[in-house]
Design a protein around this ligand. Structure first.
Ligand code: NAD
Length: 424
């Protein structure tokens, strides 16, 4: 097992290292026993599978797939499924651990999990992606289910992916099981408000963070890295609140407009061309420089490890709102804290997705649909409660928001563990 807690020094950087370092800080703060630290440092289950694909041209390709379930103390496990060539076991482990803390922090009754397939979805037809998804689902079928582990969309996957997982699982069980996934199409029992939930939560938290620093949205500026399911909606909602979004990026490049981008028109451009690059009357900038622009708020909403020891000293924003999971390395976090930059951690900032996934699961299991207004109101209420918990705990204990959020979450997981006891 590759965990610092178990004495293996092989993992010296990357998301799994960062996740372990955050846990180590939290257990030190909570004065938790070494055995409990070791238990939390180690995922409860890891499944690695080969996913063979019959390509459209008749040849065969094989991809590595993973499902990691980090902790079950508070309930069934929950977490996204990522399709990206960067996926490996350590990344999935880190993302699963962060899901455990996120679910505990916003108090939804789940443990954390994550899945991934090391595939570039842009290189495959819809038919190939369907076959990969169905084969991956059938390989991990023994460990998922509405009461066991419930996947959702993440990088490179979407509501179609969830529909294929639900169908494959349902065929194997012999009856329709809508609660096995969240983030599925509305017509299959998806929740109103789920598609935009992560972005809505990110924007809501960004507003609260700005307000805590005395920054009015009108007149404020932002940059957003990643223009996918999270970044695009966050940029739109920030712009609607009056924030000028000066720059956005995607995997192909970054664009800048000093007057603020028209996010609605940019969305139409992306739908047409597949990328933000080449949008009318904008300047092309180096993607890395988007993070160090002179703006009030930076929203990394793409991948892990983009704010590092190399660029943290150059960040000029007063606030970083982590739309992505793990965008700030442990070393960069310390530099930003020393410089007085407010970092709203991923497990708080992007929890809107799992909150509304929980609402979707409740609706699916009850075969009942809530109104969108009800979903959005409950989402904002839960995000606001979690924000206040973190701000109060950080203030009371002299911690950063990340340290406070992780400590609160770890404490809740340990409380559940202690109440249940250790079997046998
Ligand atoms: P997505 O696949 O919909 O979009 C990802 C975006 O990031 C795309 O615009 C892509 O081009 C861009 N991108 C990829 N690599 C990049 C790079 N190196 N530099 C700049 N841009 C890059 O994925 P998503 O669902 O929006 O997820 C984004 C992040 O948010 C991930 O960290 C994910 O784990 C996290 N997250 C997603 C959800 C959700 O509900 N989808 C919930 C919580 C957290």
């Amino acid at each position: 097992m590759n965990t610092p807690a178990s004495g293996d020094a092989a993992v010296i950087h990357g998301p799994w290292h960062d996740a372990q370092a955050q846990l180590t800080e939290a257990v030190a703060h909570l004065k938790c026993a070494p055995g409990l630290h070791e238990m939390l440092a180690m995922p409860r289950r890891e499944l690695q599978v080969a996913v063979p694909l019959r390509r459209d041209d008749g040849t065969t390709a094989v991809f590595s797939g993973y499902r990691v379930q980090h902790n079950f103390s508070r309930g069934p496990t929950k977490g996204g499924l990522r399709f990206s060539t960067a996926v490996d076991l350590d990344e999935v482990r880190a993302l699963a651990m962060w899901m455990t803390w996120k679910c505990a922090l916003v108090d939804v009754p789940y443990g954390g999990a994550k899945g991934g397939v090391a595939i570039e979805p842009r290189d495959h037809s819809a038919a190939e992606l369907e076959r990969v998804t169905r084969r991956y689902t059938s390989e991990i079928l023994p460990v998922i289910g509405p009461d066991t582990d419930i996947p959702a969309p993440d990088i490179g996957t979407d509501e179609n992916t969830m529909a294929w997982i639900m169908d494959t699982y349902s065929v194997a069980k012999g009856h329709t099981v809508p609660g096995v996934v969240t983030g599925k199409p509305i017509a299959l029992g998806g929740s109103l408000g789920r598609a935009g939930a992560t972005s809505r939560g990110v924007a809501h938290i960004a507003m609260m963070a700005m307000s805590s620093k005395g920054i009015e949205p009108e007149g404020a500026t932002a940059s957003v890295q990643g223009f996918g399911k999270v970044g695009r909606g966050a940029a739109r909602l920030l712009a609607e609140a009056g924030v000028r979004v000066l720059a956005v990026s995607d995997v192909d490049g970054a664009i800048f407009d000093g007057d603020g981008l028209d996010i609605t028109r940019l969305g139409a451009h992306v739908d047409r061309t597949g990328s933000v690059v080449g949008f009318d009357d904008t300047e092309s900038i180096h993607p890395g420089s988007l993070l160090t622009l002179d703006v009030d708020v930076v929203v990394p909403a793409a991948v892990e490890g983009v704010i590092t020891a190399q660029n943290a000293a150059d960040i000029r924003a007063r606030i970083v709102v982590e739309g992505a999971n793990g965008p700030t390395t442990q070393e960069a976090d310390a530099i930003l804290t020393d410089r007085g930059v407010l970092v709203v951690p991923d497990i708080l900032a992007n929890a809107g997705g799992v909150i509304v996934s929980y609402f979707e699961w409740v609706q699916s299991n009850q075969a009942y649909q809530w109104r969108e207004r009800e979903v959005n109101d409950r989402l904002e209420e839960k995000m606001t409660d979690a924000w206040r918990d973190v701000v109060d705990y950080a203030g009371a204990h002299g911690l950063t928001y990340r340290q406070a959020a992780t400590a609160l979450a770890v404490r809740r997981v340990l409380e559940a563990h202690e109440l249940r006891g250790l079997y046998p």
